[in-house]
Design a protein around this ligand. Structure first.
Ligand code: NAD
Ligand code: ZN
Length: 343
């Protein structure tokens, strides 16, 4: 089969590889869509990473079943859940499987396809049956990004619900794959006023289509505009889906007292904190989360919202042969919503 493989730092190519053989508890999925996440660009440019098939947002149809698998049949449309957690450790049984103990230490993350095991940018992927979610009637290709671009904002938002009360203000920084889903989830599940921030006018157009009440270009005056629009008090929640120094600084400058500061983007910015009243840039009561992926419960909620028609992924599709072009377009900021590779 053909697969889009990371072969060395900065280099991806289409290769011919064997169709994976499945174990008794695994399912072979014929890929119907593989979303391209900005994290794939971080991986592409990482100094060291094993050779592997990329793609951690995958949907498709069951092609064959391992001998012990029950509950699925050939042809069933499925989504591959991102977090391949153990399911048995304390965090897992508490419903915090996105921080499973089986993650290679305090700073690691549970295994996920396309960032360790081979991912979905291929004709087929093998997956343990317990990591599959039935898609039902959802469109298969455009559902793929629900596995991360949907899941990850849902988790960040679910962890900030105590601040997302009617009358509150939420700021979404970065209206890309994750951000345009975050806007829709906020609009569908809260009564907050939503301010979207991006460095691109086109992304702000997309933000207005997907639930933003106000939009701001990210520049030197953004923090002042948000503060002026909240009587100087700041935003009750800020979701930073970029994570570069200017956006971390913006988030820190506009968060309100008791606010929920949620860092999702992995752009390399660092967060300033000083445990004293004189030099810390933080108001009292702010809670900060370095938000990773999402739990199985978050994934179910995302799928249910999509089934209701309350959220949907804006997609730009590419064939597997054009997969390298998709990376180039994403890097150039030319993908509105999410690029999805359809093999
Ligand atoms: P994307 O490329 O689709 O979107 C990024 C958006 O940020 C674009 O709209 C871009 O115009 C905007 N942007 C760039 N610079 C900006 C600035 N200075 N101010 C405001 N907006 C700016 O990326 P994505 O796939 O949505 O991923 C976003 C980030 O989240 C990446 O760093 C990715 O690695 C990370 N990520 C984290 C997790 C997690 O679990 N924490 C999961 C998935 C992705
Ligand atoms: Zn991702």
């Amino acid at each position: 089969m053909r697969a889009l493989r990371l072969v060395s730092p900065g280099k991806i190519e289409i290769q011919d590889v064997p169709i994976p053989e499945i174990a008794p508890d695994e399912v072979l999925v014929r890929v119907g869509g593989a979303g391209l996440c900005h994290s794939d660009l971080h991986v592409l440019h990482a100094p060291e990473f094993p050779v592997l098939t990329l793609g951690h947002e995958t949907s498709g149809w069951v092609a064959s079943l391992g001998a012990d698998v029950t509950g699925f049949a050939e042809g069933d449309p499925v989504l591959v859940y991102l977090v391949w957690a153990c399911g048995r450790c304390r965090p897992c049984v508490e419903g915090r499987d996105n921080v499973c103990v089986n993650q290679g230490g305090r700073l690691g993350m549970p295994p996920c396809p396309g960032l360790g095991p081979d991912g979905g940018m291929a004709e087929f992927i093998k997956v343990k049956a317990r990591y599959l979610e039935p898609l039902g009637a959802l469109d298969v290709a455009s559902a793929a990004p629900l596995a991360d671009a949907g899941l990850t904002p849902m988790h960040a938002i679910n962890g900030a619900r105590h601040r997302l009360t009617p009358g509150a203000t939420a700021v979404v920084v970065g209206v890309g794959g994750l951000g345009h889903m975050g806007l829709q989830i906020l609009a569908a599940t809260t009564g907050v006023r939503i301010i979207a921030v991006d460095s691109s006018e086109q992304k702000l157009d997309l933000a207005r289509e997907h639930g933003a009440h106000e939009t701001l270009l990210s520049d030197g005056g953004t923090a002042e505009a948000i503060l002026a629009g909240t009587s100087g008090y700041g935003a009750d929640a800020v979701f930073d889906f970029v994570g570069i120094q200017p956006t971390v600084d913006l988030a820190t400058k506009v968060i309100a007292p008791d606010g929920a500061l949620r860092f999702v983007g992995l752009g390399g910015g660092s967060f300033p904190y000083a445990a004293d009243s004189l030099t810390t840039p933080l108001p009292w009561g702010v809670d900060v989360r370095r938000s990773y992926g999402g739990t199985r419960a978050d994934q179910r909620q995302v799928l249910d919202l999509a089934r209701l028609g309350a959220i949907s992924v804006e997609t730009k599709t590419y064939s597997l042969d054009d997969g390298v072009q998709a990376f180039t377009d994403l890097e150039a900021g030319q993908v509105p919503g999410r690029a999805v590779i359809v093999p």
